[in-house]
Design a protein around this ligand. Structure first.
Ligand SMILES: Nc1nc2c(ncn2[C@@H]2O[C@H](COP(=O)(O)OP(=O)(O)OP(=O)(O)O)[C@@H](O)[C@H]2O)c(=O)[nH]1
Length: 241
């Protein structure tokens, strides 16, 4: 036997009520029962209104939920990336470097654009920003080839981290990026030339990341002070403490 649906029950209840009304009409009680039927119909109308309101609310909640998920993803992306270049930001890159270094040999390349202040002063900040984006792209074109990640440490300073790296692979990666940076050109400023200096160092699994960073930074300092547009490699691999 089929289950009666909601409307069958309503219809039966109303026809019962109407029959009772006719019986009561004969007995002079019409008004009381008619009011009851009216109430019943109002309750049904209200139920329908509430159901459609609940459907609308559910759809709105689903939309709000979807928007919240998108916002969370956007916030998560922004918290991990540099707003200008789209590369990983300093915290994310260093966090990943520290994680890798617990179990793997890690190569670190610090890249600093040469005389970047002059680029800003001569060509303006928006062109400086353009150069930062293009240097980021040049690094991004090379780091993944060696299984590395790149990020912007801040200002005109970038870094590439390469797990399980060898000195040869690190030097190849840095050389490829240096060539790409040297080749950058700007249509409106044909005289604009960009170079960068590189400090490269390698550490054994379990070594302290801060020591690796200091060594690569020292190498960068030497590259800057021996003429710029150069790559300086720290010869010894930094050992675990
Ligand atoms: N356009 C632009 N400039 C920036 C940004 N962040 C930092 N800078 C500029 O980068 C320049 C860095 O200058 P310095 O630290 O003197 O270094 P440099 O001129 O590159 O000189 P060397 O590193 O010694 O070769 C400063 O002029 C900063 O204003 C940025 O997001 N956009």
């Amino acid at each position: 036997m089929m289950e009666p649906d909601l409307f069958d029950i309503e219809r039966k209840a109303l026809s019962d009520a109407r029959r009772a009304l006719e019986t009561q009409e004969a007995n002079g009680h019409r008004l009381g029962l008619a009011a009851l039927i009216g109430d019943y119909e109002r309750v049904i109308r209200e139920m329908r209104r509430l159901i459609s309101h609940a459907d609308r609310t559910e759809r709105e909640l689903n939309r709000a939920n979807q928007r919240l998920t998108e916002l969370t993803q956007t916030l998560d992306y922004r918290s991990r990336h540099d707003g200008l270049t789209g590369l990983l930001n300093r915290e994310t890159l260093i966090g990943q470097a520290e994680t890798w270094l617990t179990t793997k040999t890690l190569g670190l390349i610090i890249v600093d654009i040469d005389h970047f202040k002059q680029v800003n002063d001569r060509y303006g900040h928006p062109i400086g920003d353009r150069i930062l984006i293009e240097v980021g792209r040049a690094l991004l074109a090379h780091a993944p080839v060696y299984g590395g990640l790149c990020g912007r440490l801040g200002g005109e300073e970038f870094a590439v981290i390469v797990p399980a790296a060898t000195p040869i692979a690190l030097m190849q990666c840095a050389t490829g990026a240096a060539v790409a940076i040297r080749a950058l050109r700007h249509d409106q400023h044909p005289g604009l030339r960009v170079t960068a200096s590189f400090g490269v160092a390698l550490a054994e699994p379990g070594a302290c990341f801060d020591r690796l960073y200091i060594c690569a930074d020292d190498a960068l300092y030497r590259a800057k002070h021996t003429g710029r547009d150069r790559i300086e490699l720290v010869a010894d691999c930094i050992g675990a403490d």
